[in-house]
Write a protein that binds this ligand. Structure first.
Ligand SMILES: Cc1cc2nc3c(=O)[nH]c(=O)nc-3n(C[C@H](O)[C@H](O)[C@H](O)COP(=O)(O)OP(=O)(O)OC[C@H]3O[C@@H](n4cnc5c(N)ncnc54)[C@H](O)[C@@H]3O)c2cc1C
Length: 463
């Protein structure tokens, strides 16, 4: 056999399972069709670590609650940002007030602690920027925000350092059952293995049974609020769901503000803006930096092990709280795989990410020390985010390092400032080209055919 286990899909779930399995003496590969892991989770995400309060499904609420308790420890171990933020679930009419009380009673029965019912006076003390028509709210102390991309990258880097073989830019076409184990067929190779974990959304490989799930997908529009407007919201705020509509307000890990509107039909920019104005005070069109659309997923989630006797497990469904549940899903799947294979814990597993520097967060003394050791940390590439050439080089040279411009931006934060990369994109492309020894015209933004430079128009060798 080529591998003991092959994991299909390098989203956050695939990466988390690869991390858990890399603690064992197993030969593991992860196959991802994109050029980087966690290519989807990072940008369009609310980054909320839920606690099960608002979840309709009791089992998924339980997974959220357990995940909520695990995430702060993981964030501290991986040296990534996790900020504890309260959650205000607010009701602004009689109907939603009734629903809110039901949600509160259910949450207590689910064993969720540190939640409180607040009256309007108490609500405005907690969050003075809300409009005055709020009648009641549940306040939870349990929730927080995290960068899902950083979490996924951390899982991936440690798994990589502990021997997991990441095959990026390789698409799985089929999985066939062979006499002992599986043959995984990709667009580039054929691999044999004892067990397969499928975390991709594909449901039609030869091995797949017809395990259908309930898919519940609605429309979502996000507004990113300009940081300079200094809108001061301390908590994650959400309205109670009414006719499939809901509004969210989320402080981001970079002290910005994200507003989300969910509806069962596509939402126009103007319509969404109108709704926001009814929700929070003092917001105008000038405050909006950018807006983008996504889907809101509320599928039922299944860890399907109906073919475990053959060695096949599948994680099916997409859910708006899946980042929160990921550590739990990874533990469950890992336990199932380990119980089915003859394996033991590795003695030399290193549960640590290689060190990295975030220059913008360091004191001048620390900056000077690092620059003395490595001059590239003295050259700023992204002026908005104060990101240095050293950080960009590190993002490329790290385990599972970036090979695309988007990969560098997400690992370092470069290009996400007010100029949206207009000052640094060329420099990042040029550094990547130099580091991986590839001509600039072959450097891609994130995927095949997304080349940054379309071709050479002059005789320059450098840019
Ligand atoms: C708008 C939005 C906001 C969200 N906000 C939150 C939040 O605030 N809190 C929270 O807890 N969760 C949140 N989530 C949920 C969470 O982001 C996702 O559910 C989660 O990232 C899914 O991870 P995954 O690994 O299961 O799937 P994916 O990220 O979809 O990973 C699957 C991977 O498989 C790869 N793949 C697909 N087909 C193939 C193939 N044939 N061969 C090889 N690779 C393949 C894909 O490229 C992909 O990388 C949000 C989701 C969305 C969409």
């Amino acid at each position: 056999m080529d591998y003991d286990v092959i994991i299909l899909g390098g989203g956050i779930v695939g990466c988390a399972v690869s991390y858990e399995l890399s603690k064992y003496n197993l030969n593991i590969a992860l196959i991802e069709k994109d050029y980087d892991i966690a290519d989807d989770v990072a940008l369009i995400n609310s980054s909320i670590v839920y606690d099960g309060l608002e979840c309709e499904d009791t089992l998924l609420a339980k997974l959220e609650l357990i995940g909520n308790k695990l995430i702060p420890g993981l964030a501290s171990k991986f040296n990534i940002c996790f900020k504890k933020k309260g959650y205000l679930l607010v009701a602004n009419n009689r109907e939603s007030e009734k629903r809110l009380t039901e949600i509160y009673c259910t949450a207590l029965k689910r064993g969720i602690k540190n939640i409180h019912l607040l009256n309007p006076k108490e609500i405005y003390k907690v969050e003075p920027g809300l409009n005055e028509n709020i009648r009641k709210a549940i306040y939870s102390e349990n929730t927080g925000i995290i960068s899902p991309y950083d979490l996924a990258i951390s899982y991936g880097e440690i798994a990589f350092d502990n021997g997991v073989n990441f095959k990026l830019g390789e698409e799985v076409l089929d999985i066939e059952n062979i006499s002992k184990g599986f043959k995984v067929i990709t667009n580039k190779n054929k691999f044999t293995c004892n067990m397969v974990l499928n975390t991709t959304p594909r449901e039609n490989y030869s091995i797949d049974s017809q395990n259908k799930i309930n898919k519940d997908r609605k429309y979502l529009k996000y507004f990113l609020i300009d940081k300079n407007t200094k809108k001061d919201y301390r908590n994650i705020i959400s309205t109670v769901e009414e006719n499939c509509g809901k509004m969210f307000l989320m402080p981001t890990s970079q002290d910005g503000l994200l507003i989300g509107i969910k509806d069962n039909k596509k939402i126009s920019y103007e319509g969404a803006l109108q709704k926001i104005k009814g929700f929070i005070k003092d917001i105008s069109e000038q405050d909006i930096e950018s807006s983008y659309d996504s889907l809101f997923y509320n599928d039922s989630l299944i860890i399907d092990d109906s073919l475990i006797d053959k060695g096949y497990i599948k994680v099916i469904g997409k859910h708006y709280g899946q980042i929160t549940m990921t550590p739990v899903i990874a533990n469950i799947v890992c336990e199932t795989i380990v119980n089915n294979l003859n394996c033991v814990l590795k003695k030399d597993f290193v549960d640590r990410r290689r060190e990295f520097y975030r220059f913008r967060d360091l004191s001048n003394d620390d900056r000077k020390k690092i620059i003395r050791l490595n001059k590239s940390y003295g050259r700023i590439i992204c002026y908005c985010g104060k990101i240095t050439e050293g950080e960009i080089i590190d993002a490329i040279r790290r385990p599972l390092g970036a090979r695309t411009v988007e990969g560098i931006k997400r690992r370092t934060g470069a290009g996400f400032g007010n100029c949206m990369g207009s000052q640094c994109l060329c420099k990042i492309t040029s550094i990547l080209s130099r580091e991986i020894n590839k001509d600039m015209i072959y450097i891609v933004k994130d995927s095949k055919n997304s080349n940054i430079v379309k071709g050479r128009i002059k005789e320059f060798n450098e840019m």
